[in-house]
Design a protein around this ligand. Structure first.
Ligand SMILES: [Zn+2]
Length: 310
């Protein structure tokens, strides 16, 4: 039930905002896909990532699935509440969000079409966005858009395992905007563990058990693991888990996927995403946490080099 060796990674530099981020933005997340992929390229893990760069950006109508026409128009035309995401606006930012949201969707779609391959969307800046405004460094709800599209296209539902340090309000805030979300992401499938260290892990396990029952009942068909680095205790904005507990969440997730796949009798479609992570003192620590989590998942979920041809 192991997956292929390589991770299908939906990445192009178009999903990166380089303008005004280092100098003027509190959140470095718009740059994070580039910084992380650059780190990966220069590392021994380079060969584990199979880059898919040929996906198309979202158009304005794609964003209307999760947002009001007024907000979408405001954001792209620099009117009204276009700064509600808290990130300096630029043409580059506007282009990059078309790609980050599309990368998220294409990664999950690939996981459904190729459940024997682990998928990865190096993206952040989604889980606080509301139907009528951006919020907390998030512009559009890539989660809601991806899940609604896949529900419409394939009739599938998903679970979002959101281990960012902050509650992912975007899905809950959108339930009234489009009731189909209640089918696309069932009420107990926006998983945000609470607590600290051991209690955080216990809560995560409890919530995973509920998702597992949904999957075995045929009600949920894919999962996305967004291991935000701001749930690490030393993060500027977070702090639920020390390094050992933070990393063990990735192991718990990987082992859980293997167990669920075994019980299902087929590989569970899995996608990884980044979400938050803020360190003014050393941003490299944020990148290291993300990469360590991805590698833990890969080690647990993917076959060793000599077992399966990539
Ligand atoms: Zn966060």
């Amino acid at each position: 039930m192991k997956k292929k060796l390589t991770i299908a990674t939906f990445y192009t530099k178009n999903q990166v905002c380089f303008d005004s981020i280092r100098e003027r933005s509190y959140s470095q997340s718009p740059l994070k896909p580039y910084l992380l992929m650059q780190k990966i390229e220069r590392s021994e893990h380079n060969t584990h990532f199979d880059i898919h760069a040929d996906f198309k950006p979202f158009q304005q109508e794609d964003f209307l699935l999760a947002h009001s026409p007024e907000y979408v128009s405001n954001f792209f035309n620099q009117t009204g509440n276009y700064r509600s995401n808290g990130i300096p606006w630029s043409e580059n930012l506007a282009t990059s969000v078309r790609y980050t949201n599309s990368a998220m969707y294409h990664a999950v779609k690939h996981s459904l079409e190729h459940p024997d391959q682990l998928c990865f969307a190096p993206v952040s800046g989604m889980h606080h966005a509301t139907p009528h405004a951006g919020q907390g460094f998030c512009t559009f709800s890539g989660q809601v858009i991806a899940s609604l599209k896949l529900y419409e296209e394939h009739g599938v539902s998903g679970a979002w395992l959101d281990l960012d340090g902050h509650f992912g309000n975007s899905i809950e805030d959108s339930r009234g905007f489009d009731p189909r979300i209640n089918k696309a992401i069932p009420w107990d499938c926006n998983v945000n563990p609470i607590g600290y260290n051991e209690t955080y892990i216990q809560d995560f396990k409890l919530k995973l058990e509920r998702v597992k029952q949904r999957i075995l009942a045929g009600k949920v068909h894919y999962v996305v693991f967004a291991h935000g680095a701001d749930s690490h205790i030393d993060d500027d904005l977070g702090g639920q888990c020390d390094t050992e507990h933070w990393l063990s969440c990735a192991s718990i997730f990987g082992e859980w996927v293997n167990e669920v796949s075994l019980q299902l009798g087929k590989p569970l479609p899995v996608t990884l995403a980044l979400f938050g992570g803020y360190r003014k003192d050393d941003y490299n620590i944020v990148l290291d946490l993300h990469l360590s989590s991805i590698e833990r998942c890969r080690t647990l979920l993917c076959a060793p080099n000599n077992a399966v041809a990539a």
